[in-house]
Ligand binder design. Structure first.
Ligand code: MCN
Length: 796
């Protein structure tokens, strides 16, 4: 624990708790004691429970809804349908990412209603809400809501949905269900490079559909205060301010000041909680309607049926090479499954991070085409990486296939094409300009740590046990916190109170990343304050004036830069006040570790004392303002590009097809590290989410009727602790010039590398059987079937 008195041990503070220190998370003390405060922990007397009646059909016409039996049940406080919302002029959800159709016209944006009106478009689509004085009452009454549907044909697969004769999800996108066609890159230059290529490698692959499965399911607690005419929404969200704006401007049509959004502790979000959802608006509307607070919390099964899903792309990628194995061009065509509705970020993942296709390579020309397709499935939304893992998967898988086709070692092929360190900043063949890094060194460190050269011995040893062992390598790079997610400013209010204690109010919002620790560390280093006398707060629109939120691995890079700038402003003002108190010239005052000192003397004053005095204007009469605080907004002009090299090994039991990840090494460059423990934790967590997607996670629909077949943990294969080997994380940092702290993001880095590297290792293990590619997830059945199709395994 840090000394409580600001008078002792100040100089050692930064070395104990400052930037770069492996400080354990201060928030864990409350979490491990069960003192976390999640939405369900908030008691609200008289709160009604909301249950959502959901469509059992993937596509259906609603012929009638009979609510009479449900309404008459004791304890039922109200039953409402889409018609009630229309009657009351309630708006719809909408998307922030606009794309065009192939002919240049605007993409269709069919209405995303809070409750379906005359048709449902996925199994789980919300049709009615039932409010009861207990959850059991509301659940029982929900079963009595009688909806007559006319079942219609469904279309769950994006590639099939564009084919002639596929059922039309929306008349606006008939006949091919195409919402948009998005192109990036110079198609003519790419075509010319392909025409002159010595070799072209083509790979068709799918990135499976997954669900985030946060530990704390989605929830919402709505309160309406008739005295003030004001709504309060308690909900787990990544972007409280944006949610408030959407609720105010497009759904409830009230001034934003009439809505307060509070997002307390959030038990995991992973991108999935980054968009507004129907239930968040419904609890507010219903609370006003019935005159009682309204709470809703998704069950796990309901989460599978109503959370926005992610990934779900089918691509063909082609790599053109010259006779020396130099990459000349890359092109990719992707069908992206958008789901039935455009949620706030739906087109984002498939179109905004295509720049990652360049990888860490010099490929001069790249072209990407993405066809966004409506289907009768849940809306698509960002999920850890949001297009970055998909892009890295494309380039890193096709390199392995190209290496095999050309008979060039896959490490050698990568090295021949790497962007050299002295070429940075480097404008890639598609969109991005990389800031800093040493990709070659990343590879060298990883190859060494993973004992790449000793692998054949391990393969042979596994073969003696009857197992197939494979090793994979993938270079990873992704964008973090850049201006590409416009607008991308972030706010921080840093203020001392009259006692000299510090509060940091953040526009970003923690949902498990450790912000309460990391932002304290920044303040300790820059202001010399005590972590115990510093409070970090976020997630309340009444408390915090402005914020974009937490997504795109931006919080510490953009939010941290805002805190750093605010700290500079505070020190500048405090120096003026300190000069007055110490009766010295401002230029003679040095600031270090929380002390303002007259240079060359022992006359000094702590920043906390300056803060206290700043609230007593008599002690600095020349100052008009009082207090010591700064409110800052920072807009990064450039993005950062966290990068790294991942190497892993897998073993496969050919009898059962069971694959196990047995070794994993990551060399990562996340710029300046605020806290190495947090960075490792993020890489571990991100990697495990990638492992989950490769080894078993998949949302599967029955194509014949659009029913989701994997809506429970009995059917959806989450990774378990026993699936994860020890992970070696080595840092090779190149601080980025894009922000004052030199920080690059890390929140998604683990996932970006994990997808390709694990699949590369799986295919390597199977390559002696002539297997060239396997689509994820590499389940035991899929591996076993591939082995059988290849004529069976003969592990020597
Ligand atoms: N950090 C650091 N040094 C760096 C970079 C980051 O010490 N050079 C620390 C930060 O202080 C922070 C953590 O690592 O505590 C992640 O920082 P950052 O990369 O800025 O990412 P964000 O905080 O913006 O978090 C967003 C990111 C995303 S986009 C997803 S998705 C994701 C992720 O974080 N969702 C998560 N990690 C998650 N972790 C948890 N537990 N829960 C989620 O929902």
């Amino acid at each position: 624990m840090m000394p409580a008195s600001p008078k002792s041990g100040d100089e050692s503070l930064a070395s104990a708790f400052g930037i770069g220190q492996p400080q354990t998370r201060v928030e864990d003390a409350r979490f491990v004691q069960g003192l976390g405060r999640f939405v369900d922990d908030i008691e609200m007397s008289g709160a009604a429970h909301m249950v959502v009646v959901r469509s059992p059909h993937a596509a259906a016409k609603i012929e009638s809804i009979d609510i009479s039996r449900a309404t008459a049940m004791p304890g039922v406080l109200g039953v409402f349908t889409g018609k009630d919302l229309v009657t009351e002029g309630i708006g719809t959800l909408h998307t922030s990412v606009k794309r065009k159709r192939r002919d240049g016209s605007a993409m269709p944006e069919p209405p995303f209603r809070l409750l379906a009106l005359d048709a449902t478009r996925f199994a789980g689509d919300a049709v009615a809400i039932v409010l009861g004085d207990s959850l059991a009452t509301a659940q029982d009454a929900a079963e009595q809501v009688s909806v007559t549907y006319e079942d219609l044909p469904s279309a769950t697969d994006a590639v099939a949905a564009v084919r002639e004769g596929a059922p039309a999800v929306w008349p606006q996108a008939a006949p091919d269900n195409v919402c948009f066609v998005f192109e990036q890159g110079d198609r003519a230059a790419v075509d010319a490079a392909f025409a002159s290529a010595h070799h072209v490698t083509r790979l068709d692959f799918r990135v499976s559909r997954v669900s985030a499965n946060s530990l704390e399911p989605r929830n919402a607690l709505g309160v309406f205060d008739p005295a003030e005419g004001r709504y309060t929404l308690y909900t787990g969200t990544q972007m409280p301010h944006k949610l408030r704006a959407e609720l105010a401007e497009t759904i409830l049509f009230v001034p934003a000041t009439s809505i307060r959004v509070v997002s307390p502790d959030v038990g995991g979000a992973f991108g999935m909680k980054g968009s507004p959802y129907p239930e968040q608006a419904l609890v507010l509307w219903a609370a006003k309607k019935i005159g009682r607070p309204v709470r809703w919390s998704a069950s796990r099964n309901e989460s599978f049926l109503s959370d926005y899903h992610a990934r779900d792309t089918a691509s063909s990628v082609e790599l053109a090479l010259n006779s020396e194995g130099i990459f000349l061009a890359l092109r990719i065509k992707t069908h992206a499954n958008l789901g039935a509705y455009l949620a706030f970020n739906t087109p984002h993942s498939s179109t905004n991070n295509l720049g990652g296709l360049a990888g860490t390579y010099r490929t001069p020309h790249i072209h990407a085409e993405v066809v966004g397709v409506f289907t009768t499935t849940q809306p698509n939304a960002p999920y850890r990486g949001a297009g970055r893992p998909e892009a890295t998967y494309a380039i890193e898988r096709v390199i392995d296939v190209a290496a095999a086709e050309l008979g060039i070692d896959r490490v050698e092929l990568r090295k021949r094409n790497l962007i050299p360190r002295d070429a940075l900043p480097f404008k890639t063949g598609l969109v991005f300009t990389y800031d800093s890094g040493d990709f070659k060194r990343n590879m060298e460190l990883a190859l060494q740590a993973a004992d790449w050269d000793g692998f054949e011995t391990r393969r042979a040893e596994a073969a003696r046990r009857g197992h197939l062992r494979g090793i994979g390598i993938a270079n990873a790079i992704e964008i973090a916190g850049g201006p590409f997610n416009n607008p991308n400013e972030e706010a921080a209010d840093v203020r001392f109170d009259a006692n000299g204690d510090l509060t940091i109010l953040l526009g970003t919002h923690n949902h498990g990343q450790g912000h309460e620790t990391a932002f304290r560390q920044i303040a300790v280093s820059l202001l010399g304050v005590h972590p115990e006398r510093t409070r970090v707060a976020s997630g309340d629109t009444d408390l915090i004036a402005h914020g974009r939120g937490t997504f795109g691995s931006r919080s510490v890079m953009v939010g941290g830069a805002a805190v750093a700038r605010a700290s500079e402003k505070i020190v500048a003002r405090a120096r003026r006040i300190a000069a007055g108190i110490l009766e010295a010239g401002e230029n003679d005052i040095e600031f270090d570790a929380g002390y303002f000192r007259v240079a060359g003397t022992d006359r000094a004053i702590r920043i906390e004392e300056v803060a206290r005095r700043s609230h007593v204007p008599a002690s600095f009469p020349e100052e008009a303002e009082y207090g010591l605080s700064a409110s800052v907004i920072v807009t990064p002009k450039e993005a950062s590009f966290p990068n790294g090299c991942h190497i892993c090994e897998v073993e496969i039991d050919p009898e059962t097809g069971l694959m196990r990840l047995v070794a994993y090494v990551v060399v990562d460059d996340v710029g300046t590290i605020i806290n190495p423990l947090l960075v490792k934790g993020q890489i571990h967590g991100g990697m495990v989410q990638g492992l989950g997607q490769i080894q078993g996670e998949e949302i599967v629909y029955d194509e014949s009727n659009g029913q989701i077949l994997t809506a429970s943990f009995m059917d959806y294969g989450m990774p378990r602790a026993e699936d994860v080997p020890a992970i070696t994380v080595i840092s090779n940092p190149s601080p980025t010039p894009s922000n004052s702290l030199g920080v690059k993001g890390v929140g998604e880095a683990g996932t970006v590398g994990a997808l390709p590297v694990i699949m590369n290792a799986v295919v390597d293990a199977l390559s002696p059987l002539g297997i060239r590619h396997l689509d994820m997830p590499a389940t035991p059945y899929r591996i076993w079937a591939a082995i059988q199709a290849a004529g069976g395994a003969a592990a020597e």
